[in-house]
Design a binder for this molecule. Sequence first.
Ligand SMILES: Cc1cc2nc3c(=O)[nH]c(=O)nc-3n(C[C@H](O)[C@H](O)[C@H](O)COP(=O)(O)OP(=O)(O)OC[C@H]3O[C@@H](n4cnc5c(N)ncnc54)[C@H](O)[C@@H]3O)c2cc1C
Ligand SMILES: *[C@@H]1O[C@H](CO)[C@@H](O)[C@H](O)[C@H]1NC(C)=O
Ligand SMILES: *[C@@H]1O[C@H](CO)[C@@H](O)[C@H](O)[C@H]1NC(C)=O
Length: 615
Amino acid sequence: MRLTGLLYLLIPIVSHHCSASPGILNGWLNTMKKFRDVFQFQDEWISQQSKISEDEYDFIIVGSGSAGSVIANRLSEVSDWKVLLLEVGKGENLFTSVPALAPVFQLTHYNWNYLMEYQENFARGMEGRRLAWPRGRALGGTSVINYMIYTRGNPRDFDTWAIAGNPGWSYYEVLPYYLKSERCRLQQFQEGFHNDQGLLGVENIYHSNVLDAFIAGGEELGYDQVDYNSDRQIGFSRIQANVIKGRRNSVAKAFLHPIRDRPNLRILTSALATKIIFAGNKAVGVEYTHNFLKFEAKARKEVIVCAGALASPQLMMLSGIGPRAHLNDLNIPVIADLPVGRNLHDHITYVGLNFLVNSTQTMSLPNVIKYFGEWAINGTGFDTSLGGVGGVAYIKTEVDENPDPSYPDMELLYVDGCLGSDAKITAETMRISEDSYNRYWRKIEGKPCWTIFPMLVHPKSIGYMELRSRNPTDHPKFYGNYLSDERDLRTMIAAIRFILTLAKTSKFKEYHTNFYDAPVPGCEYLTYDSDEYWQCAIETFSITLHHQVGTCKMGPNTDPEAVVNHNLQVYGVSNLRVADTSVIPKALTAHTNAPSIMVGEKASDIIKAAWGRLQ
Ligand SMILES: Cc1cc2nc3c(=O)[nH]c(=O)nc-3n(C[C@H](O)[C@H](O)[C@H](O)COP(=O)(O)OP(=O)(O)OC[C@H]3O[C@@H](n4cnc5c(N)ncnc54)[C@H](O)[C@@H]3O)c2cc1C
Ligand SMILES: *[C@@H]1O[C@H](CO)[C@@H](O)[C@H](O)[C@H]1NC(C)=O
Ligand SMILES: *[C@@H]1O[C@H](CO)[C@@H](O)[C@H](O)[C@H]1NC(C)=O
């Protein structure tokens, strides 16, 4: 928090003085003016402006995140439906627009700051050996603090859902919903897989010279350059980003700003839903707190839970929908006995690879400041970099058991910069301990550097979550259970070896790429580069990439893990749906913002159809 406060103050000032150009300050002021609406889109403003303030609505949506914002937009298109959107967070500020500052917002009140429970043999290098599980708490949800990486997933992901007994969710049935949202301004893309008429910005961003080496390196190893958001995913690519003219395009900006004057939609921020109200087995409303007062809102038609994969299960369990034994332990009356909070899939990555280079184009705070003026005026340049992320690749490692040649088992995220590059901001978000940082990254601090994060896309290890108490403000208990299946470890090691090979390709050599091979703290006693060494390193410096899904799993009624059916209706009760990342049945070959937006688009049509209002 102290850090962010400082940045807010310093960036315009330093940026101005560094360049000694009055144009910069003018640009800054113009930007402030252009973004006036962002300042206006605040808490108090919304509550005052809301045209309706009643205690009865047709639909109540809990959570304004990637799915909830979309649903609020689409349902309020029906002018005689009254819609209430409840969100506990607040509106964005100007700085959430700067892509290069992406990591910073995890250190602010826009983050829920959840922590994973202690896991033996994991997070050894982290503060208190607890892993950060950040999550957005804002109008716009996690899309306000995420890295803006736009990925949809592999066709096989969705076909698997459909085959598992979820009609309507195959790749060619969900693709139209990805397209519906999209406002594509990419320079290069695969024809037939993009749309330029939607609301959600998808654009190219800053392109460093070392990123070219990443893509050339892929080619040298036999991988094509592809549009990874087409039906062909394996290959190397520049990142596609959720920005418009270089500014973050959160779901609040894409889906709520344009419709904030609709008279039939009430957006209430700083409102924490504490319980779904039932009459028998029928959901009839939501209990919430706002400004320390308790309220009840009635839903004539439906309650739609969009609080995300970590908070939707919490609200469900607090309301009596969850595993019977667990609810009994907490004396919560059971309304439906369902496996809520089980089946928690997540993506982990190893963050300990550092490659030193002689380029000046890698992530650093001086660079962010130096190029801030260009960003403010033109929306271009270094500060459009997604916190350093510029490239992505999908590969199949040599240990992959899946016979489908088009289905990757690893994603590689190319980052201009390492954990020693940005004044410890990223390291702090990851809770890297002071001691680990000093013993490992201190020696290369401030040196030009790049890294690749290998993301395990199809983990075999599955976690779960539970309530900590009946208090809705207590954070639940999260158990990642990472690497409990040995195949996951083998895939991670194979990916690291692939990256080491990639770093030796010719174009990387041109930048004098030099692998930093200091042993990871605590692993010095193992033979460097042996499998045992990498296991120790992975157990020390791996984190989540924040793609928790599956905690209110979608599945047929024959699936013992299912919580909702293919229409996202909760089993055993009526007038209640869940629509967000928690319904995604298993880990995707993707980051989860766009998939959740897709779920929101499809859920909206499902709901309109159910009430006879689908055009
Ligand atoms: C640091 C970070 C970086 C990421 N980077 C990327 C990326 O680059 N690309 C990508 O695709 N994905 C990324 N993700 C993941 C992605 O952003 C999320 O998976 C996705 O946004 C989740 O969408 P959702 O609809 O499930 O819920 P969310 O967007 O999390 O929305 C849930 C909302 O509900 C609100 N809420 C919760 N409980 C209550 C309650 N009881 N009452 C009222 N409101 C409540 C929350 O405050 C929140 O606003 C990232 C995630 C994190 C944490
Ligand atoms: C990096 O090294 C190459 C090859 O020696 C050289 O051409 C280039 O100027 C160097 N770049 C920087 C920023 O030092
Ligand atoms: C903004 O773009 C214009 C036109 O391309 C260019 O002349 C100007 O130098 C740019 N400003 C900055 C600060 O980069």
